[in-house]
Design a protein. Structure first.
Length: 107
């Protein structure tokens, strides 16, 4: 989801800031990362043992659906996003923060 979010942000004009960037190759790397992630998910969910019971083949899929359904219900019922204390709309300032050299952090 993070890779997809970064790809959507790039499409809306976001440009990563900092001492290391990939420039225009960032699109390619981001796209390849998304393709790899989706293919890994498909690989994990693919049933492998036709002779085993259904719950062995589809346990990961059933678990994933269960987590998504329970998480969705929690978001609809408890509305945790309305109770947070984090400031809203501050993410656009993150690109202007300059990184500190690791030598200064370590001491």
């Amino acid at each position: 989801m993070i890779v997809l979010g970064a790809l959507i942000a790039r499409a809306k004009g976001w440009r990563p800031a900092g001492p290391f960037t990939l420039g225009t190759r960032g699109w390619l790397v981001n796209g390849l990362a998304l393709a790899y992630g989706v293919s890994a998910i498909v690989n994990i969910l693919w049933p492998r043992s036709p002779n085993d019971p259904w719950y062995v083949n589809y346990a990961m899929l059933v678990t994933t659906i269960g987590v998504l359904v329970l998480g969705g219900l929690y978001m609809v019922i408890a509305k945790p996003y309305e109770h947070g204390q984090a400031p809203a709309g501050d993410a656009h300032n993150l690109g202007t923060v300059r990184s500190q050299p690791i030598a200064d952090i370590i001491g």
